[in-house]
Design a protein around this ligand. Sequence first.
Ligand SMILES: C[S@@+](CC[C@H](N)C(=O)[O-])C[C@H]1O[C@@H](n2cnc3c(N)ncnc32)[C@H](O)[C@@H]1O
Length: 321
Amino acid sequence: MNELLVDSPFRQDILKGLSANPKYLLPKYFYDARGDELFQQIMHCPEYYLTQAEAEILSLQSRRILERCANTSGQFDIVELGAGDGSKTIFLLQEALRMQCSQQYYPIDISPSMIAYLNQNLGAKLPGMQVSGLAGDYFDMLEQLQTANDQPKLVLFLGATVGNMLPREAVQFFQQLKSFLRQGDHVLVGFDLKKNPQTILDAYNDKGGLTKAFNLNLLQRINRELGANFQLHQFSHFPVYDPITGSCKSYLISTCDQRVTFDDDTVIAFERDEPIYMEVSQKYSKTEIQQLASQAGFKPVESFYDSRHQFADVLWRVSSE
Ligand SMILES: C[S@@+](CC[C@H](N)C(=O)[O-])C[C@H]1O[C@@H](n2cnc3c(N)ncnc32)[C@H](O)[C@@H]1O
Protein backbone atom coordinates (compact mmCIF):
# COMPACT_ATOMS: atom_id res chain seq x y z
CA MET A 1 0.00 0.00 0.00
CA ASN A 2 1.17 3.53 -0.79
CA GLU A 3 2.27 5.07 2.55
CA LEU A 4 1.04 8.50 1.54
CA LEU A 5 -2.48 7.15 1.16
CA VAL A 6 -2.49 5.62 4.65
CA ASP A 7 -2.80 9.05 6.23
CA SER A 8 -4.69 10.86 3.48
CA PRO A 9 -7.47 13.18 4.73
CA PHE A 10 -9.86 11.13 2.57
CA ARG A 11 -8.98 7.88 4.37
CA GLN A 12 -9.09 9.54 7.79
CA ASP A 13 -12.48 11.15 7.17
CA ILE A 14 -14.01 8.00 5.70
CA LEU A 15 -12.82 5.73 8.52
CA LYS A 16 -13.82 8.28 11.15
CA GLY A 17 -17.32 8.53 9.66
CA LEU A 18 -17.81 4.79 9.27
CA SER A 19 -16.55 4.13 12.83
CA ALA A 20 -18.98 6.65 14.32
CA ASN A 21 -22.40 5.83 15.70
CA PRO A 22 -24.49 6.57 13.68
CA LYS A 23 -22.25 6.10 10.65
CA TYR A 24 -21.85 9.01 8.23
CA LEU A 25 -19.88 10.12 5.15
CA LEU A 26 -19.00 13.70 4.15
CA PRO A 27 -20.80 15.04 1.04
CA LYS A 28 -17.69 16.81 -0.26
CA TYR A 29 -16.40 13.35 -1.22
CA PHE A 30 -19.28 12.72 -3.66
CA TYR A 31 -17.44 14.68 -6.34
CA ASP A 32 -14.91 12.44 -8.06
CA ALA A 33 -15.03 12.43 -11.88
CA ARG A 34 -17.99 9.99 -11.93
CA GLY A 35 -19.73 11.94 -9.13
CA ASP A 36 -19.36 15.14 -11.20
CA GLU A 37 -20.94 13.39 -14.19
CA LEU A 38 -23.83 12.05 -12.13
CA PHE A 39 -24.43 15.46 -10.58
CA GLN A 40 -24.65 17.03 -14.06
CA GLN A 41 -27.29 14.43 -14.94
CA ILE A 42 -29.21 15.08 -11.71
CA MET A 43 -29.24 18.80 -12.54
CA HIS A 44 -31.06 18.01 -15.78
CA CYS A 45 -33.50 15.40 -14.49
CA PRO A 46 -37.18 16.49 -14.39
CA GLU A 47 -37.64 16.19 -10.61
CA TYR A 48 -34.62 18.38 -9.75
CA TYR A 49 -36.39 21.77 -10.07
CA LEU A 50 -33.52 23.66 -8.38
CA THR A 51 -31.35 24.06 -11.48
CA GLN A 52 -34.09 25.50 -13.70
CA ALA A 53 -35.26 27.84 -10.98
CA GLU A 54 -31.81 29.27 -10.35
CA ALA A 55 -31.01 29.43 -14.07
CA GLU A 56 -34.16 31.52 -14.50
CA ILE A 57 -33.04 33.94 -11.78
CA LEU A 58 -29.54 34.35 -13.17
CA SER A 59 -30.60 34.61 -16.81
CA LEU A 60 -33.21 37.30 -16.07
CA GLN A 61 -31.89 39.19 -13.05
CA SER A 62 -28.09 39.24 -13.30
CA ARG A 63 -28.04 42.90 -14.33
CA ARG A 64 -29.92 43.95 -11.21
CA ILE A 65 -27.72 41.73 -9.00
CA LEU A 66 -24.55 43.25 -10.43
CA GLU A 67 -25.91 46.80 -10.25
CA ARG A 68 -26.47 46.34 -6.52
CA CYS A 69 -22.82 45.23 -6.14
CA ALA A 70 -21.36 47.87 -8.45
CA ASN A 71 -23.12 50.60 -6.44
CA THR A 72 -20.68 50.15 -3.60
CA SER A 73 -17.79 48.19 -5.09
CA GLY A 74 -17.21 49.65 -8.59
CA GLN A 75 -14.94 47.04 -10.23
CA PHE A 76 -14.74 43.71 -8.43
CA ASP A 77 -13.49 40.14 -8.80
CA ILE A 78 -16.04 37.33 -8.90
CA VAL A 79 -15.17 34.31 -6.75
CA GLU A 80 -17.35 31.21 -6.78
CA LEU A 81 -17.39 28.55 -4.03
CA GLY A 82 -18.27 25.07 -5.33
CA ALA A 83 -18.56 26.29 -8.93
CA GLY A 84 -19.39 22.91 -10.49
CA ASP A 85 -19.71 23.25 -14.28
CA GLY A 86 -20.54 26.98 -14.07
CA SER A 87 -23.49 26.47 -16.42
CA LYS A 88 -25.71 28.96 -14.54
CA THR A 89 -22.92 31.31 -13.49
CA ILE A 90 -22.19 32.03 -17.13
CA PHE A 91 -25.31 34.26 -17.30
CA LEU A 92 -23.92 36.45 -14.53
CA LEU A 93 -20.41 36.48 -16.00
CA GLN A 94 -21.71 37.52 -19.45
CA GLU A 95 -23.64 40.36 -17.86
CA ALA A 96 -20.59 41.42 -15.83
CA LEU A 97 -18.62 41.71 -19.07
CA ARG A 98 -21.39 43.72 -20.73
CA MET A 99 -21.56 46.06 -17.74
CA GLN A 100 -17.75 46.18 -17.49
CA CYS A 101 -17.87 45.68 -13.73
CA SER A 102 -15.65 42.58 -13.58
CA GLN A 103 -13.03 40.86 -15.74
CA GLN A 104 -11.78 38.30 -13.25
CA TYR A 105 -13.49 35.04 -12.25
CA TYR A 106 -12.03 32.63 -9.67
CA PRO A 107 -14.05 29.39 -9.56
CA ILE A 108 -13.16 27.24 -6.53
CA ASP A 109 -14.07 23.56 -6.44
CA ILE A 110 -12.85 20.50 -4.62
CA SER A 111 -13.14 18.55 -7.86
CA PRO A 112 -9.98 18.97 -9.98
CA SER A 113 -11.81 17.72 -13.07
CA MET A 114 -14.43 20.49 -12.75
CA ILE A 115 -11.71 23.13 -12.39
CA ALA A 116 -9.84 21.75 -15.41
CA TYR A 117 -13.09 21.86 -17.38
CA LEU A 118 -13.79 25.48 -16.37
CA ASN A 119 -10.23 26.63 -17.09
CA GLN A 120 -10.36 25.05 -20.54
CA ASN A 121 -13.87 25.94 -21.65
CA LEU A 122 -15.18 29.00 -19.89
CA GLY A 123 -12.54 31.50 -21.00
CA ALA A 124 -13.29 30.68 -24.65
CA LYS A 125 -17.00 31.35 -24.09
CA LEU A 126 -16.30 34.62 -22.25
CA PRO A 127 -13.75 36.68 -24.18
CA GLY A 128 -12.41 39.38 -21.87
CA MET A 129 -12.99 37.40 -18.69
CA GLN A 130 -9.89 35.98 -17.01
CA VAL A 131 -10.83 32.54 -15.61
CA SER A 132 -8.44 31.31 -12.89
CA GLY A 133 -9.74 28.10 -11.34
CA LEU A 134 -8.59 26.91 -7.92
CA ALA A 135 -8.95 23.20 -7.07
CA GLY A 136 -9.33 22.56 -3.34
CA ASP A 137 -11.37 23.15 -0.23
CA TYR A 138 -13.29 26.46 0.05
CA PHE A 139 -11.29 28.15 2.81
CA ASP A 140 -7.87 26.81 1.79
CA MET A 141 -8.42 28.33 -1.65
CA LEU A 142 -9.81 31.60 -0.25
CA GLU A 143 -6.68 31.88 1.84
CA GLN A 144 -4.50 31.49 -1.27
CA LEU A 145 -6.57 34.11 -3.02
CA GLN A 146 -6.40 36.54 -0.12
CA THR A 147 -2.61 36.52 -0.16
CA ALA A 148 -2.63 36.92 -3.97
CA ASN A 149 -4.87 40.01 -4.23
CA ASP A 150 -7.00 42.51 -2.34
CA GLN A 151 -9.58 43.49 -4.99
CA PRO A 152 -13.21 44.00 -3.90
CA LYS A 153 -15.11 40.74 -4.26
CA LEU A 154 -18.47 39.27 -5.11
CA VAL A 155 -18.48 35.71 -3.72
CA LEU A 156 -21.01 33.31 -5.25
CA PHE A 157 -22.24 30.26 -3.37
CA LEU A 158 -24.93 28.95 -5.71
CA GLY A 159 -26.95 25.80 -6.36
CA ALA A 160 -28.18 25.48 -2.74
CA THR A 161 -24.79 24.03 -1.79
CA VAL A 162 -25.31 25.89 1.52
CA GLY A 163 -28.00 23.25 2.09
CA ASN A 164 -25.29 20.63 2.60
CA MET A 165 -24.88 22.16 6.06
CA LEU A 166 -27.31 22.24 8.96
CA PRO A 167 -28.39 25.82 9.84
CA ARG A 168 -26.02 26.09 12.84
CA GLU A 169 -23.11 24.90 10.66
CA ALA A 170 -24.13 27.44 7.99
CA VAL A 171 -23.85 30.27 10.54
CA GLN A 172 -20.28 29.20 11.37
CA PHE A 173 -19.47 28.79 7.67
CA PHE A 174 -20.60 32.34 6.82
CA GLN A 175 -18.84 33.79 9.88
CA GLN A 176 -15.64 32.15 8.62
CA LEU A 177 -16.30 33.34 5.07
CA LYS A 178 -16.72 36.90 6.38
CA SER A 179 -13.24 36.76 7.91
CA PHE A 180 -11.86 36.57 4.32
CA LEU A 181 -13.87 39.57 3.14
CA ARG A 182 -13.72 43.35 3.53
CA GLN A 183 -16.23 46.14 3.99
CA GLY A 184 -18.30 46.53 0.81
CA ASP A 185 -17.69 42.98 -0.48
CA HIS A 186 -20.78 40.98 -1.46
CA VAL A 187 -21.97 37.39 -1.18
CA LEU A 188 -24.70 35.88 -3.39
CA VAL A 189 -26.11 32.69 -1.87
CA GLY A 190 -28.52 30.26 -3.56
CA PHE A 191 -31.12 28.87 -1.13
CA ASP A 192 -33.73 26.25 -1.89
CA LEU A 193 -36.98 27.42 -0.27
CA LYS A 194 -39.37 25.35 1.85
CA LYS A 195 -42.26 24.20 -0.32
CA ASN A 196 -44.61 21.26 -0.91
CA PRO A 197 -42.81 18.41 0.89
CA GLN A 198 -43.53 15.91 -1.89
CA THR A 199 -41.89 18.18 -4.50
CA ILE A 200 -38.77 18.29 -2.32
CA LEU A 201 -38.69 14.56 -1.62
CA ASP A 202 -39.13 13.75 -5.33
CA ALA A 203 -36.11 15.91 -6.19
CA TYR A 204 -33.91 13.62 -4.07
CA ASN A 205 -35.58 10.39 -5.17
CA ASP A 206 -35.77 10.73 -8.95
CA LYS A 207 -37.46 7.95 -10.89
CA GLY A 208 -34.38 7.45 -13.06
CA GLY A 209 -32.32 6.46 -9.99
CA LEU A 210 -29.66 9.13 -10.52
CA THR A 211 -29.62 10.29 -6.90
CA LYS A 212 -29.33 6.70 -5.76
CA ALA A 213 -26.40 6.14 -8.16
CA PHE A 214 -24.79 9.41 -6.95
CA ASN A 215 -24.89 8.17 -3.34
CA LEU A 216 -23.69 4.64 -4.17
CA ASN A 217 -20.85 6.13 -6.23
CA LEU A 218 -19.19 7.26 -3.00
CA LEU A 219 -19.00 3.62 -1.85
CA GLN A 220 -17.52 2.77 -5.25
CA ARG A 221 -14.96 5.57 -4.80
CA ILE A 222 -14.04 4.15 -1.37
CA ASN A 223 -13.60 0.70 -2.94
CA ARG A 224 -11.32 2.11 -5.61
CA GLU A 225 -9.26 4.57 -3.56
CA LEU A 226 -9.10 2.75 -0.22
CA GLY A 227 -9.16 -0.85 -1.47
CA ALA A 228 -12.49 -1.58 0.26
CA ASN A 229 -14.99 -4.22 -0.79
CA PHE A 230 -18.42 -2.58 -0.41
CA GLN A 231 -21.06 -4.67 -2.21
CA LEU A 232 -23.14 -1.87 -3.70
CA HIS A 233 -26.23 -4.03 -4.25
CA GLN A 234 -26.36 -4.63 -0.48
CA PHE A 235 -27.22 -0.97 0.20
CA SER A 236 -30.49 0.82 -0.56
CA HIS A 237 -31.04 4.56 -0.94
CA PHE A 238 -33.46 6.22 1.52
CA PRO A 239 -34.19 10.00 1.47
CA VAL A 240 -36.52 11.65 4.03
CA TYR A 241 -37.83 15.20 4.33
CA ASP A 242 -38.96 16.86 7.56
CA PRO A 243 -41.15 19.88 6.67
CA ILE A 244 -40.72 21.39 10.16
CA THR A 245 -36.92 21.48 10.30
CA GLY A 246 -36.58 21.81 6.49
CA SER A 247 -33.94 19.06 6.46
CA CYS A 248 -34.02 16.59 3.57
CA LYS A 249 -31.60 13.83 4.58
CA SER A 250 -30.28 10.97 2.45
CA TYR A 251 -29.19 7.63 3.87
CA LEU A 252 -27.77 4.42 2.47
CA ILE A 253 -29.23 1.45 4.35
CA SER A 254 -27.40 -1.84 4.75
CA THR A 255 -29.82 -4.52 3.55
CA CYS A 256 -28.09 -7.33 5.50
CA ASP A 257 -25.51 -8.01 8.22
CA GLN A 258 -22.17 -7.50 6.48
CA ARG A 259 -18.50 -6.68 6.98
CA VAL A 260 -16.50 -4.37 4.73
CA THR A 261 -12.70 -4.74 4.65
CA PHE A 262 -10.21 -2.04 3.65
CA ASP A 263 -6.71 -2.45 2.21
CA ASP A 264 -5.17 -1.60 5.60
CA ASP A 265 -7.15 -4.54 7.07
CA THR A 266 -9.64 -2.26 8.84
CA VAL A 267 -13.00 -4.01 9.07
CA ILE A 268 -16.28 -2.09 9.37
CA ALA A 269 -19.31 -4.13 10.40
CA PHE A 270 -22.86 -3.23 9.37
CA GLU A 271 -26.03 -4.60 10.89
CA ARG A 272 -29.03 -5.25 8.71
CA ASP A 273 -31.03 -1.98 8.30
CA GLU A 274 -28.20 0.11 9.69
CA PRO A 275 -28.02 3.56 7.99
CA ILE A 276 -25.08 5.58 6.71
CA TYR A 277 -26.03 9.27 6.84
CA MET A 278 -24.89 10.66 3.48
CA GLU A 279 -26.01 14.29 3.26
CA VAL A 280 -28.48 16.93 4.27
CA SER A 281 -30.14 19.26 1.76
CA GLN A 282 -31.46 21.98 4.00
CA LYS A 283 -34.47 24.07 2.93
CA TYR A 284 -35.11 27.58 4.25
CA SER A 285 -38.04 29.96 4.72
CA LYS A 286 -37.52 33.63 3.82
CA THR A 287 -37.46 34.49 7.54
CA GLU A 288 -34.83 31.82 8.26
CA ILE A 289 -32.61 33.28 5.51
CA GLN A 290 -32.85 36.73 7.13
CA GLN A 291 -31.96 35.21 10.51
CA LEU A 292 -28.95 33.45 9.02
CA ALA A 293 -27.65 36.72 7.51
CA SER A 294 -27.96 38.52 10.82
CA GLN A 295 -26.41 35.68 12.87
CA ALA A 296 -23.46 35.54 10.46
CA GLY A 297 -23.06 39.32 10.52
CA PHE A 298 -24.02 40.18 6.92
CA LYS A 299 -26.33 42.99 5.80
CA PRO A 300 -29.13 41.76 3.49
CA VAL A 301 -29.21 43.79 0.24
CA GLU A 302 -31.85 42.16 -1.95
CA SER A 303 -33.40 38.73 -2.63
CA PHE A 304 -33.99 37.45 -6.15
CA TYR A 305 -36.64 34.78 -6.78
CA ASP A 306 -37.70 32.63 -9.73
CA SER A 307 -41.24 33.16 -11.01
CA ARG A 308 -42.60 30.26 -8.92
CA HIS A 309 -40.78 31.32 -5.74
CA GLN A 310 -39.14 27.92 -5.43
CA PHE A 311 -35.61 29.23 -5.05
CA ALA A 312 -33.85 32.41 -3.87
CA ASP A 313 -30.50 33.94 -4.75
CA VAL A 314 -29.85 36.29 -1.85
CA LEU A 315 -27.37 39.16 -1.94
CA TRP A 316 -25.61 40.16 1.30
CA ARG A 317 -23.02 42.85 1.94
CA VAL A 318 -20.19 43.09 4.44
CA SER A 319 -21.06 46.28 6.29
CA SER A 320 -20.53 47.71 9.74
CA GLU A 321 -23.85 49.65 9.61
C1 LIG B 1 -24.33 20.92 -5.22
S1 LIG B 1 -22.94 21.14 -6.29
C2 LIG B 1 -23.32 22.74 -6.96
C3 LIG B 1 -22.52 23.11 -8.17
C4 LIG B 1 -22.83 24.49 -8.76
N1 LIG B 1 -22.58 25.56 -7.81
C5 LIG B 1 -24.25 24.56 -9.25
O1 LIG B 1 -25.01 25.38 -8.73
O2 LIG B 1 -24.60 23.81 -10.15
C6 LIG B 1 -21.67 21.44 -5.12
C7 LIG B 1 -20.29 21.74 -5.71
O3 LIG B 1 -19.44 22.12 -4.63
C8 LIG B 1 -18.22 21.40 -4.69
N2 LIG B 1 -17.78 21.23 -3.30
C9 LIG B 1 -18.38 20.48 -2.33
N3 LIG B 1 -17.73 20.59 -1.17
C10 LIG B 1 -16.67 21.43 -1.39
C11 LIG B 1 -15.61 21.93 -0.57
N4 LIG B 1 -15.54 21.60 0.72
N5 LIG B 1 -14.72 22.77 -1.13
C12 LIG B 1 -14.80 23.11 -2.45
N6 LIG B 1 -15.78 22.66 -3.28
C13 LIG B 1 -16.70 21.83 -2.76
C14 LIG B 1 -18.54 20.12 -5.41
O4 LIG B 1 -17.42 19.55 -6.06
C15 LIG B 1 -19.63 20.55 -6.38
O5 LIG B 1 -19.11 20.94 -7.63
